[in-house]
Design a protein around this ligand. Sequence first.
Ligand code: NAD
Ligand code: MG
Length: 299
Amino acid sequence: MTTENQYAMQNPVTQYPQPGFPEQPQPAPGSVHKLKPHADHGETSYKGFGRLAGRKALITGADSGIGRAVAIAYAREGADIVLNYLPEEEADAREVVALIEAEGRKALCIPGDLSQEAFCQTLVSQAVQGLGGLDILVNVAGKQTAQKAIADLTTEQFDATFRTNVYALFWLCKAALPHLPAGATIVNTTSIQAYQPSETLLDYAPTKSAIAAFTKALAKQVIGQGIRVNAVAPGPFWTPLQPSGGQPQEKIPTFGAETPIGRAGQPAECAPLYVLLASQESSYITGEIFGITGGTSIA
Ligand code: NAD
Ligand code: MG
């Protein structure tokens, strides 16, 4: 599924599929190929304008969903990219590699589990080595597993969600910062859940609050070095995260219907914001959280 031309003026309400998705359980971490309808990651539509020419970017969660759209957009804006994802997501990631290479940009794959500190350190050092430096760190990877009752939320799940969403962010930023030059940027991914948490996301929602606070605090700490840190707070986006356990399955048919715009966002609609926050165009923006929610307030 893709829109003909995302740059043509049109009604955003009807630009993409409306709620009424079929229930479609798939095992986590999920694949873009099992989404019905398919999601738009900008494969055929995103146009680059040289905003990230020559930049070196590390993107986590780059195989699918929001991270896939960001990787495609960054390559079209002229960046070389290291993609991180889980080993079982190799097939989705290979398609992103092909799209990056089609732009004449470098795509290096470093799959692995971000919930392990040692891997986070290895990922950063291999990315720096492979790209010849690092200018942009984009933290997109995340774990979301809905549980209807606190009694069903195990310590193991609570721990895994925090390790993947919060600890990995800390480990990756800590490892990357010594390599980042003035002008470099970090873009994190929080959520509407930091502001309006769902009753089924007792572990996930607080990880997203932590990411928002971490972003603001780190931004103050490193702006003196000329490094900016911001975060994107998506509302409901049509990605494998949701039908693979992120939502109770019965919520999938109406996913996104509760937003003022009345539909789920498509990953392609997120990518331009990640581009802006990584590029020099956002030189006076740091420590900010940007909602991209179809109209639901993050205040
Ligand atoms: P997605 O499933 O396409 O991407 C999530 C990615 O996280 C996976 O592809 C996987 O590569 C990665 N990941 C998960 N656990 C990992 C681990 N232990 N090690 C390494 N990688 C791991 O879904 P998405 O919706 O594009 O999610 C991207 C980000 O957007 C997440 O941080 C998510 O919390 C956030 N977000 C999504 C929505 C939404 O509605 N889809 C809303 C708000 C925020
Ligand atoms: Mg994936």
